[in-house]
Every structure is written in C-alpha cells, then in structure tokens.
Design a protein around this ligand. Structure first.
Ligand code: TRP
Ligand code: ZN
Length: 850
C-alpha cells in the first residue's frame, strides 16, 4: 500500500539511535511460506543520544511474541515498525516473527530464487526480516543459527557448529544490519584458498546451483587477484577464515558486499568462453573486485547514514577502476569509464533527477543508487588524488583506515584525513559533494610574442532545488604540443578555483596546440571552438591516450552534428584521420576499436540540446548510419586487412590482449557487413567457438536484415542457459530497425521465456527498448506506451527495479512538444496507478518536476 504521504528524510535531521546494540542472536526456522525468525538482541541506552521512545524498524512482519528481559511485552505496531516501553538500563529484547519468503517478489529481505533462500538487506531490507534498528550507524556482532532441510546453509562470518538440519555462523566484526546475509539451498561449491600476506589461510568458495559449476573458475581467479591487489596497493588484508560468494538468478542489482558472504546476480559472476563475451569477463572481474574491496571501504568502515552512500560507493568504484587499470590497460579503462559517465551520469546531472553526490534529502534511498553517487563519486576521489598527489593520497588512505576502522563515518571524516595529511583546506572541494550539476568549462586561448595564455570560465547550470552554484576547484590537466606534434610542455595540473581564470606559458617560439583536460581530469563539459584540423592533429599526435581518443570523438561528433542539423555530408577530414589511426598497427587494437566507436545516440542528443537544438532521435540514428556507411566505403581496404590480421588463433583467453584484437576485428566486421551483404558475418557466426564472436556476428546479421535464421538457431542452441537467453532477448531489440524496435520488444514480451519475476530478463527486454533511442522514441509513442504498460505491471511485484527503469523517461524535456506530451501522458498514467509504490511515486514525481 502506498503511504498516505511519503515522508522526505533530510540529512540535516540526523540523530543517533537511542540505544547501542551489544550483540545479536538470530535463529531462522526456514519454511518457504512461513519462516520463523527468532531474535535475541542486547540493547543498552546510548548516553550520547537524545531521549526518545524506543522504536524498531519492521515491515511486513507478523509478530508472534516479544519479550524484554524474559517478560512478555505488547509493543505498539505501526506500518513501519514498533514502539515499546523499555527499561532505562541495558535489556535483552527477544522477538519471534513470521515472514513469507515465497511470496517476496520485491527481492528485498529474505526471498526465494529458483528454489533457494537468499537475502538482500541493503539498503533497508533487514527490517523485512525482523524488528531492528535498521540503520547503518547501529553496528553489532551477529551470531546466526539456521534450521532447515537445505544441504547448504550460509551466513556471515566464520562457520560455527553444525549438524543434521542446522548450522551456526558467527561474525566477529561489528556490522550494520544492511550487511547481514543468509543463503540456503541445494548449492555446489567451487572451492579454493588464499593465504594472506600475514599468513592467514582463507577458504574461498563460489556457490552455484548444480549445472553452473563449470562457470566459476574465472570469478575465483578474479577474487584471488583482487585479494592480492588490495594487499599490495592499499595494504588491506582479508579478516575472516572464509570468504563465500553465491550466485543468485533473481537479483535487483549487480552484487552485494555482505560481510564474508557476497551475493551476486549470476550474470555478474558466472563466466565461460562459450556463454560470456569479453565485455562480460571484464565486468565480472571488476564487480568481484568491487564487492571484495568493500570489505574495507564499506564494511570495516561503513556509512553513518545513507546520505553518505558515496563514502563507500565512490571510493570502492574508484578502487575497482584502479584495479582494472592495473590488470588490463589503464587508458582503455579510462576511455570506457568516460563513455559510461557521459551516457549515464551527465544525462542524470542534466535532467530532472540531478542530485548532489551527497544528497540533502530523499524519500526512498533505493532511488539514490545512481550514476551520480557511484560514478561521479569515484570521479571526485580521482580529482582529490590529482590535487594532493599520489603520495599524499596513500598517506591519507592509511590514516583513513587507522582512524576510522570500526566507524560509521561521514564525508566530513573522509575530507578531514586529507586535510590533516596535506594541510590543505578542502572547503571549496566539498562543493563537489554538495552541489549537483555538471560544470561547463569554456576555454579560449591567445598567443602573443612568445606568451601563450589559456583562459577558463566555469559555469554550472541550475539543478532542481539549487539555482546558483559558486565556482568549484577544478584540476585541469594540460599539455602543450608544437605544430610538428612534439610535446613541448608535459602534463601539468592547473588548479582552477575562480569563476574565470587564465594561465600563461612564456618563451614559446610559436603558437602551441593545447591538450586540455588530459585523462579527463575533472567531470566537466569542455566547450571550446576548435577547428577540425586541430582535432585531427591531436588524434594523430597527442601523447595523452585519453585526449587522443577524445579528439577523434569530438571530430566525429562535430561532423555528425553538422549532418543532423545542416544536412551536411560526412566529413572527409574525419574519414581520413580515422582511417589513418585505424591503420596504425603500433596503436593498441583495443584503443583503435574504441576510437572507431562513434558517439552514442545519447551523447549526440545531449550535444544537440546543449547547442539549443531539439534532438530528433530518428535523425540522429540516420546520421550515424550514413556516417558508418560512408566510413565502411572509405576504409574498405583497411577493414579487410584489419579483420584478417586481428583474428585470434589458439585457445580463447578473456585477457586484454585477446579481447582488444577481437574488438578491433569486430569493429571491422561491422564495416564489412555494410558492404558484403552479411557474408562475412554469417561465416563468423557459423565458425564461432566463443560468445564474443558469435554475438558480434549475430548482431551484424540482425542489423543487416539477415538475422532470422541465426536468431532461431541461437535460441535452439542456448535455450537452456538463462544468461545467454537474456542476450538473445536484448540483442534482437538493440539491433532492430528503429521502426520495428517497439514491435520486436512487444513480441518478445509474449515469448514463453519472458517473465516479470526475473529482473535480468525484464531488463533484457524493456531495458533494451529504452536503450534504443530511435526505437524507443518512435514518433507514434508506441515505445513509451509499451514501457509504461510493463512498468505498471512490474511495480506491484518489484518496486525497486520499476523505479530504476523509470529513468528511461528522465530526458523527456529535451524533445519536441508531441513527444513531451506523449511521455507526460505515460508518466501521469503510471502515477495514477492505485497502490503505486513509494519508490516509483518518488521517481515519477521527480521526473515530472514541479
Ligand atoms: N552495495 C551494492 C554495491 O554497490 C549495491 C547493491 C546491491 C544494492 N544490491 C542492492 C543497493 C540492492 C540497493 C539495493 O556493490
Ligand atoms: Zn558498491
């Protein structure tokens, strides 16, 4: 039921809980529809907390009995918990509740997935398991007893005693309830072990359902690499005797860092060459690292309240990106991250859902697990590191770990360690956490008798609730090249602190070419009138790999904008420059594949809108197709050579070298398919022995209108594999002709394998629709209607995933009046749904705006 008036929660209202928790004992008597949870919790008044009634969070629980110090009590039950009279002294709380995991489709709390029991407690799911102060600043030591028929029964910490039908676990590390986890079912272990550098032996397991055991090896190796890396780079060791990972099919997000018992969406851990693409392997490695790294940044040091979410998420994303850079190619990882940042975070920051990295208020915290908190949060750490330098960063992190181990900390605590280590005042830097919006950085320059001056002006547009933004500190990494392409001034960090600021370089013999914002040193939008010739020059000569890529991207983007806006022809300078780049075999194939990628439809829509034009999604799509075709013709010889040269021979490995070669060959295949009618793609499809090659070929066949046979062959081959069938659903939608995207998606929602109960499958279908801009924004509104219909069906079952997928509509104000009217109609239709969840209500209300 929808609350009468969903309450807004404010950071400024923070108060500690009334009590401290000395210990928690939980007993689970598992039964699918009637699990009993017995809790025994030692509370003690917190002398530092203001006196208030004793309140425990609880949702959807049936209270069987409650006792204080052994005496039965009758608390007042409210829709969100209970209030009880308690002694003004330490006391023992005992309660028995009944819950119904089998009918839990929201996938929060204790639920069933494919016959197993599992939990998801972040952010506020523990309150669906038992009455408790479900907030991250209440930390305690948990002991858990599980009673049931399941062959495997797991919880956090170290294993205790076990016997026929029961198992006990004890976690010695105090933790908040959101890190609690329980898993029980018919599971098989892929076991291994790890010895920490101080000599602690740790048992490692990846637990899967029978049939998936051959997909664990890569994840296990990634886990061991992560453990070693965190010891070597951050000096952080693992701290329990066992580390378990469980793969679960039904999961709202990617994975969860529960102490000693990480739970993963099976799509984020299971991998094999036959069923997973190179991109899947890279993502799995990163997510395993991410969850493992949370053991220190998140678990040992957690968040005081959910406004501080970026404290653990921004830092952990930053750490997993460092890890991937070390394991693979740092420039390639940086380019990939910036592509994703622009597609998701800039989009968010420039629309109605814009919010600060540390929000000031929320209604439903699940709606704030966003690109801004995660990815922009990680960018802030990167800027901090750039500003203070690597050595000071390391010192600050050491201080953070020693000073705050065991704490529920805040962004103030985090910034304080940097201030204490460096003596810097970070007051201005903190604005990056407080203020939403992407700064625009306007650049101009000037050369006069040996002196080069570069002028910057910063400006952040208003965002909901924040009209004016004072200037921020922006680290601008700058290098200078001379006209022959030699670097004459290597990268320096210009620290911009004012609204407008100039920097000069003296004693130059000629006007230099600036390479601005190297490595994407700040999450800003640079606006600069640069000539195409300068962009082509930097694509050819910049020593900074990121800016080399960026120049090619800007050249492509400007040409595309001219095609869309003015009906211009494909830009010859771009076609020449990109062909020269692609032919250069001294360049990393992975880099070349990225440089051959064109700006996304989303990127172009943002650019057009920024320039004062109403983006037409179909026109954007057509311009991209035209340019791809022109490029395929211009590069014909090169593509044939690249395709042949970068075929990988020998056994498949998901490493950076092989996946880079496959990416480049498949970029070539896209161009070849535009001219050969699909002959090469069909040959690749027929001979593929790994999913990267098979899927790339299938995508090309579908785009070329020759996919029907392969689509059904693929289904016949893979119908038994859920994760591959997710790919089958999304690929057909993502590669459909825009006039048919919505119909393809609609047809697939009627396929027997489509289900509302599995978020992966729902995202593979309706998510793919919303990620196909030209198809989703079809002029007759069919895409909008289809998505809204299904979101309304999903909301009663799974509010969290529904709310998240409403972001498909967040860009609605960019479009023409007809499209805006149609989207508004759909948003209002969703909002009018009786009993609409708090999650979706908040999202749709914010998207509609004031
Ligand atoms: N803490 C998790 C992570 O970033 C995120 C997460 C997983 C999550 N499942 C969730 C957040 C469910 C909210 C709800 O690694
Ligand atoms: Zn995380």
């Amino acid at each position: 039921m929808k609350d009468a008036q969903p309450a807004t929660i404010y950071l400024k209202d923070y108060q500690p809980f009334t009590h401290l928790v000395d210990s928690v004992h939980l007993t689970f008597r598992l039964a699918p529809s009637a699990t009993r949870v017995l809790s025994r919790i030692a509370f003690r008044p917190d002398p530092k907390a203001p006196a208030r009634p004793f309140h425990l969070d609880g949702e959807g629980l049936t209270l069987i009995s409650a006792r204080i110090d052994g005496k039965e009590v009758s608390p007042e039950i409210t829709p969100t918990g209970l209030i009880c009279e308690v002694p003004d002294a330490p006391f023992l709380w005992e309660a028995e509740v009944e819950i119904d995991p089998a009918s839990n489709t929201a996938l929060e709390g204790l639920y069933r997935s494919n016959g197993m029991y599992c939990t998801q407690c972040e952010a506020e799911g523990f309150r669906k398991i038992t009455y408790y102060p479900d907030r991250p600043d209440v930390m305690s030591v948990f002991t858990v007893r599980i009673e049931g028929e399941e062959p495997v029964m797991l919880s956090n910490g170290n294993p205790g005693d076990s016997g026929e039908g029961w198992a006990e676990w004890h976690d010695p590390w105090p933790k908040p309830a959101y890190l609690f986890a329980l898993v029980a079912g018919d599971l098989l272990a892929h076991p291994d072990s790890f010895t920490t550098r101080s000599g602690r032996d740790v048992a490692l397991n990846i637990w899967v359902r029978p049939g998936d055991e051959d997909k664990c090896a890569f994840g296990m190796e990634a886990l061991k690499r992560s453990m070693t890396w965190d010891e070597e780079v951050y000096g952080r060791e693992y701290d329990l005797d066992i580390f378990n990972i469980v793969a679960v099919d039904d999961f709202n997000m990617g994975a969860m860092e529960n102490k000693g018992l990480n739970i993963f969406n099976s799509s984020c851990v299971l991998a094999s060459p036959e069923t997973s693409t190179d991109a899947n392997f890279e993502r799995i490695e990163a997510i395993i690292a991410h969850e493992y790294f949370h053991n220190w940044t998140g678990n040992r040091i957690t968040c005081r309240d959910w406004f501080q979410l970026c404290l653990k998420e921004g830092l952990t994303v930053f750490r997993d990106a460092q890890f991937t850079s070390d394991m693979r190619s740092a420039p390639v990882k940086r380019i990939e991250d910036v592509i994703a940042l622009r597609a998701r975070q800039f989009r968010e920051d420039n629309g109605p859902l814009a919010h600060p990295v540390r929000p000031h208020s929320f209604v439903e915290i699940n709606n704030f697990y966003t690109a801004t908190v995660y990815e922009k949060g990680a960018e802030l750490i990167g800027m901090l590191k750039t500003l203070v330098g690597d050595a000071a960063y390391d010192k600050a992190l050491d201080l953070y770990f020693t000073r705050h181990d065991g704490d529920a900390a805040t962004i103030e605590d985090w910034l304080r360690v940097f201030e204490d280590v460096t003596g810097r005042d970070l007051t201005q830097f903190k604005r990056w956490y407080e203020d939403a919006g992407t700064p625009r950085l306007h650049v101009s320059d000037d050369f006069n008798t040996g002196t080069y001056t570069i002028n910057f002006k910063q400006e952040t547009p208003p965002t909901p609730g924040q009209d004016s933004k004072p200037p921020r500190v922006i680290p601008i990494a700058l290098g200078l090249l001379d006209q022959s392409g030699t670097e004459i001034h290597e990268t320096t960090i210009l620290e911009m602190t004012e609204a407008e600021q100039s920097f000069t370089f003296e004693g130059l013999s000629a006007r230099p070419v600036p390479s601005i914002l190297r490595g994407f040193s700040a999450p800003v939008i640079v606006t600069r009138e640069a000539t195409n010739a300068e962009r082509a020059f930097l694509l050819a000569h910049d020593t900074d790999t990121f800016n080399k890529w960026e120049s090619g991207r800007a050249l492509a983007r400007d040409g595309l904008v001219a095609m869309i806006r003015d009906g211009a022809a494909p830009d010859d300078l771009y076609l020449d420059a990109i062909a020269t780049m692609a032919r250069d075999d001294t360049l990393d194939p992975a880099f070349r594949a990225l440089a051959l990628g064109l700006p996304s439809q989303e990127d172009l829509a943002q650019t057009l809108f920024e320039g004062g034009h109403t983006p037409d999604p179909l026109a954007i799509w057509e311009a991209l197709e035209t340019l791809r075709h022109a490029r395929a013709e211009a590069m014909q010889d090169t593509t044939t050579r690249l395709y042949a040269k970068y075929q990988v021979t020998g056994p498949y490995a998901p490493d950076a070298a092989q996946s880079g070669a496959r990416a480049l060959a498949n970029a070539a295949l896209d161009m070849i398919t535009r001219l050969d009618g699909g002959r090469q793609a069909q040959a690749q499809y027929d001979s593929a022995d790994n999913m990267t090659q098979q899927l790339a070929a299938l995508g090309n066949l579908i785009r070329g209108g020759r996919g029907d046979h392969a689509i059904s062959a693929f289904y016949d081959q893979w119908h038994h594999d859920r994760l591959v069938i997710d790919k089958w659903f999304s690929l057909q939608i993502l590669n459909a002709d825009p006039s048919e995207t919505a119909d393809v998606a609609e047809t697939l929602t009627r396929h027997p394998d489509f289900t509302l109960k599995n978020p992966n499958r729902f995202r593979a279908t309706l998510g793919a629709l919303s990620m196909s801009p030209a198809g989703f924004h079809r002029a007759d509104g069919a895409g909008y209607r289809l998505l809204a219909d299904w979101l309304m069906q999903l909301d009663p079952l799974n509010p969290q995933t529904t709310a998240r997928m409403c972001t498909a509509f967040e860009t609605w104000k960019r479009f023409d009046g007809d499209r805006q009217a149609m989207i508004r109609t759909e948003l209002e239709r969703i909002l009018a749904l009786p009993g609409l969840s708090r999650d979706t209500t908040e999202m749709v209300t914010r998207i509609l705006g004031a």
